[in-house]
Design a protein around this ligand. Structure first.
Ligand code: FUC
Length: 830
């Protein structure tokens, strides 16, 4: 249907309901707020909202305001096969070069014969190519006028702009010439819309318009604005089509009029600006897509949302949001600094003013960002989550699979956001079919495989350069997320549904293993340790290799998880046994000459000793084959590796360090990394400053540039500092451990709602660095809790002390029925 005719039918005039909001935002509970004293000059100062699909970045200007918009499917490019046909025929020559230790020759061959067929990701610039690029939907621009009809001056009184994480609402307020202006923005998941409420205490006027720098047409009709367009598919044709609609409804007096490509609102004390968007995304990822009907569906959403007033919309939005956000509470005790605007608070913290509550805010911000960018039925959070103001977003705003996408989801299970992992699960499933073709063309192998980069179009081929694009352990790593989702939320049906995906991945790697000549270990036949390179004894450099440590660790995990899944389901007995046996033949973790964990099969010198990727520590986190209890020498080697690489790095690498140090039970170094991540990455004017890592004024992570993985990785790291549930030794049952890496600076506090493997919800309260009380609730099934209490405790269920079994290493075991809560107290207090 033609969009203009759709809108003409629907054009509605202004409504005069005269209803003022009765909603009161003040509440006695502590609020987690990021706030500013001035409008944002860059999106790194803006306030972010999102409903999993539609996002907004509120700049909050006085005379002119901007909400940068996003729709998570808005990608250029399209579904294109970039597999090099019959590339596997080159394998024997590459393998032969690797077997004789001539890695540079192997690398030259990979570059020539084993990269993608086509431009691939365009080295991060794939916008005009078939790979495509995630990009902004455009801007909603607002222009405000004072009582005389002139644009508002920039200098106003009492300016405040804030993002309230407790209710997921962004607010701007100020007064000018005695007039009080207030605006509030939500991204409502139930309504599928952004709603911006614009109020003033006298009748006021403003204009709104859409702006997009390319591929956009606009029109207006009645009280509705439209922007629509078609992105290029990268091979000379039309790609994704999109539409974005906005409607203004005057609530308390006022009038809306379409004037050219904008709407003019006059005489209103309260107006609601509704925004909906949609695309005809038809990629391979299963979701609740609008399809060819996207314009009509987008308009239906607009019609529906615009029948509602603010209070009702806010009520539904908060109810929906609280159901996720409210699952976890973290109180690290406030300091006076929470009264400072966020950028000043960050500066004070960097200068040494302790501020535990800032860490709690950063933790909840990570959870907030995931709730806003990853909801069931949609796509996973990309490199920027959901928020991009660019058309050529850095690294195409894609899904990098050698750390970044995985890090985005580390917090999902531990931080009570399992439903937010659903888009990742669907995304992984969508890679199986294209990944089977890639396995066939490149390795002549069964099963499926992905390499380093992917997009919403099912890209699984290697990247365009051997130095980073040959890494092929990524599908194995993704499978860990499928399995952990089950470990945290045991459900047989779900396990049945993911088993074929695990099996397909395991089959691929089983097929790809070769015997390395020195020890006869089984290793991956052609690979690289993500993005790092090494020097051969003769001084030549290369990245391409056999069996880097990370590959071996990922395969051990994949094989054991797949075998465990098969046994749990009572199927594929022989296959499970084959996986177990093969795992014992894989190259082991090795300690290098300076006591570090070797990154490669040989003790090569890395070309960059401070490289941001420390992939050989995958075995420490997110995996659990290296633990202080089970493998103390390897744990020490991991520690040495980390200190050798140094503390300063990119945002995500710093965030990974928090998780690593937490697993090494080193609170001081975990906290050091968290501090580095919170270091201001901005100059006095608030704009990004040169440097490595840190955070922007709105607490977004600086790679630089902005990359959201550090935010998510840090939230996961903070959770790991407070509660862990991996086994003490690989292959054993999970053990819940309370406050395993709690820094002395967080002397008193409480956390509620962190999740543990086996389906448990955990709460802990501590004072003066000692646990006062804790509780464990069985969410999914009856089971046996294994707990490392750290000190002598008494456990009660329904106020009655219960019997606990004592196991090795101070672990205690007790039975807990589904729905029951066990309470723990130090023995002397009972
Ligand atoms: C990987 C990292 C880079 C960056 C990019 C998006 O390639 O090595 O640091 O995070 O992904």
């Amino acid at each position: 249907m033609i969009l203009s005719s759709l809108l003409a039918v629907a054009a509605v005039g202004s409504d005069f309901f005269g209803v003022r909001s009765a909603h009161d935002h003040s509440s006695s509970t502590r609020r987690e707020t990021i706030w500013f004293e001035s409008p944002a000059k860059a999106f790194t100062e803006s306030c972010l909202v999102g409903n999993g699909r539609l996002g907004g970045m509120l700049f909050g200007g006085v005379s002119s305001d901007r909400i940068a918009l996003n729709e998570i499917t808005l990608w250029s490019g399209g579904v294109h096969d970039q597999n090099r046909k019959d590339a596997y025929k080159a394998l024997p020559a590459i393998e032969a070069a690797l077997m004789r230790g001539d890695n540079p020759a192997a690398e030259a061959l990979v570059n020539k014969t084993f990269t993608c067929d086509g431009p691939g990701s365009g080295f991060g610039n794939g916008k005009e190519g078939p790979y495509g690029c995630y990009q902004t939907l455009g801007d909603l621009q607002l222009q405000f006028f004072g009582p005389t009809g002139k644009p508002l001056p920039e200098s106003v009184e009492g300016y405040k702009r804030s993002l309230d994480l407790n209710d997921a609402i962004a607010t701007v307020g100020y007064s000018c010439g005695g007039v009080i202006y207030k605006r509030e923005l939500i991204a409502s998941a139930p309504a599928g819309a952004l709603v911006y409420r614009v109020t003033a205490n006298i009748p006021s006027s403003f204009d709104i318009a859409f702006h997009r720098a390319e591929h956009a047409e606009y029109f207006s009709c009645g009280s509705t604005l439209a922007m629509h367009g078609t992105l290029p598919n990268g091979t000379g044709g039309d790609g994704l089509k999109y539409v974005c609609l906005s409607r203004v409804r005057c609530v308390d007096g006022g009038h809306v009029q379409a004037e050219g490509n904008h709407l003019h609102v006059s005489g209103a004390t309260e107006a609601l600006v509704y925004v909906t968007a949609g695309t005809n995304y038809k990629g391979p990822v299963a979701g609740k897509w609008d399809g060819d009907d996207f314009e009509a569906k987008c308009k239906t959403r607009l019609d529906a949302v615009s029948t509602h007033l603010w209070d009702g919309l806010l009520h539904d939005h908060e109810k929906d949001y609280h159901a996720l956000y409210g699952r976890v509470k973290l109180n690290l005790e406030s300091t006076k600094n929470s009264a400072l605007p966020t950028p000043k608070r960050m500066i004070a913290f960097a200068k040494g003013a302790e501020d535990p509550a800032l860490a709690a805010l950063y933790f909840q911000y990570g959870r907030y960002l995931l709730i806003c960018s990853s909801r069931p039925g949609s796509l996973p959070a990309n490199l920027q989550g959901l928020w991009a103001e660019e058309y050529a977003t850095p690294w195409n705003g894609d899904y990098h699979l050698n750390i970044n996408l995985q890090m985005n989801y580390w917090l999902a299970e531990t931080c009570g956001l399992a439903p937010c992992a659903e888009p990742l699960v669907e995304f992984i499933r969508s890679l199986v079919k294209p990944g089977e073709e890639t396995a066939k063309q490149y390795y002549n192998a069964p099963g499926w495989v992905t390499h380093v980069i992917s997009n919403v179009w099912g890209y699984t081929a290697p990247g365009e350069s051997a130095s980073w694009g040959a890494t092929n352990n990524c599908s194995g790593w993704l499978c860990d997320h499928l399995f952990q989702h089950w470990e945290f939320n045991p459900d047989r049906k779900y396990l049945e549904s993911i088993y074929p995906v695990l099996k397909g991945s395991a089959l691929f790697y089983l097929h790809s293993l070769v015997k390395e000549p020195k020890h006869g270990w089984l290793v991956t036949q052609i690979s690289s340790s993500p993005e790092n390179a090494f020097e051969l004894p003769d001084g030549r450099q290369a990245s391409v290799c056999m069996g880097p440590t990370m590959d071996m660790q990922i395969l051990r995990r994949l094989f054991s998880q797949t075998a465990r899944a098969a046994r749990t389901l009572g199927i594929d007995k022989e296959f499970a046994a084959e996986l177990d046996l093969t795992a014992t033949k894989l190259a082991p973790d090795q300690i290098g000459r300076e006591g570090y964990l070797q990154e490669w099969l040989e003790d090569y010198k890395e070309t960059d000793v401070h490289h941001r990727h420390i992939s050989q520590l995958y075995g420490l986190f997110p995996s659990d084959e290296i633990t202080p209890e089970g493998t103390p020498e390897l744990a020490q080697a991991a520690h040495t590796t980390l200190e050798r690489r140094g503390a300063a790095s990119t945002g995500w690498s710093t965030a990974w360090r928090i998780n690593w140090y937490a697993r090494l039970h080193d609170p001081d170094l975990a906290y050091r990394s968290l501090k580095l991540l919170l270091k201001p990455a901005f100059a006095a004017d608030g704009l990004p400053a040169p440097g490595l890592g840190g955070s922007y004024p709105n607490l977004l992570d600086a790679h630089p540039p902005f990359q959201i993985d550090g935010n998510f990785g840090a939230a996961s790291g903070i959770a790991e500092m407070l509660v862990q549930s991996q086994p003490l030794r690989a292959g054993e049952d999970p053990v819940i451990r309370l406050l395993p890496a709690m820094p002395k600076e967080w002397a008193s506090g409480s956390v509620f709602g962190l999740h543990a493997r086996g389906g448990y919800e955990v709460a802990v309260e501590w004072r003066h660095n000692k646990i006062i009380t804790a509780s464990i609730k069985a969410l999914s099934s009856d089971g046996e809790v294994r707990l490392l209490p750290g000190e002598h405790v008494v456990i009660t269920i329904r106020n009655k002390p219960i019997h606990v079994k004592k196991a090795a290493d101070g672990v205690i075991i007790f039975a807990l029925k589904r729905g029951e809560t066990a309470k723990l107290r130090p023995a002397q207090e009972i």
